[in-house]
Design a protein around this ligand. Structure first.
Ligand SMILES: [Zn+2]
Ligand SMILES: [Zn+2]
Length: 179
């Protein structure tokens, strides 16, 4: 299984490099960059000032039907689904597409101070979380598990950065089991 990272309005090349490096340690899969070409503005809600992630995923599905593997879109724009004020990410349960926004993973968003290490850690957590949904995982009650729900940044920081062993067995090519 290949894992594709598809940057869409994403300019942080150092973060991208670090993410691929970190994900390579956790998966035996090949990690590849995928270029998707579409106009993100089509999915912008003027009322909300945010982008509708479910529609972005639908557009990505149209363009990637021939690709096998998991496709994680990474963006800097703020994303939403109608029932929530914002989301860090969205994934298709048992599907191949997901999207993660780093807009609200930036520490600047909260304290005004940037923290690159924290941003990397938070982004890895959210990518692993959304990938877990792609592999059919639902939210886990174990706070040490990255599949614990994290509606706000506090929960992102509190939860662990690995899958618990009972979640991990469902994730293809994952190689980072706990002792
Ligand atoms: Zn979730
Ligand atoms: Zn778990």
């Amino acid at each position: 299984m290949d894992i594709y990272i598809a940057p869409i309005k994403f300019s942080n090349t150092l973060l991208l490099k670090n993410l691929i490096n970190e994900l390579s340690k956790r998966f035996s899969s090949q990690l590849k960059i995928l270029e998707l070409k579409f106009e993100l503005d089509n999915f912008f809600s003027k009322e909300r000032g945010q982008y509708f992630s479910t529609q972005i995923i639908a557009e990505a599905m149209n363009q990637t039907s021939s690709i096998n593997g998991k496709i994680i879109m990474l963006t800097e724009v703020d994303i939403f689904v109608p029932v929530l004020t914002f989301i860090f990410g969205e994934a298709q349960l048992n599907g191949k597409h997901s999207i993660v926004s780093i807009c609200r993973l930036h520490e600047e968003f909260y304290s005004g101070e940037s923290n690159d290490d924290l941003l990397l850690q938070r982004t890895i957590k959210e990518i692993l979380h959304e990938l877990g949904h792609n592999f059919g995982l639902r939210h886990c009650t174990d706070w040490n598990c990255v599949m614990h729900s994290s509606p706000g940044i506090e929960e992102v920081d509190i939860k662990g950065e690995l899958y618990c062993n009972s979640c991990a067995v469902h994730v293809e090519d994952y190689k980072y089991f706990r002792a």
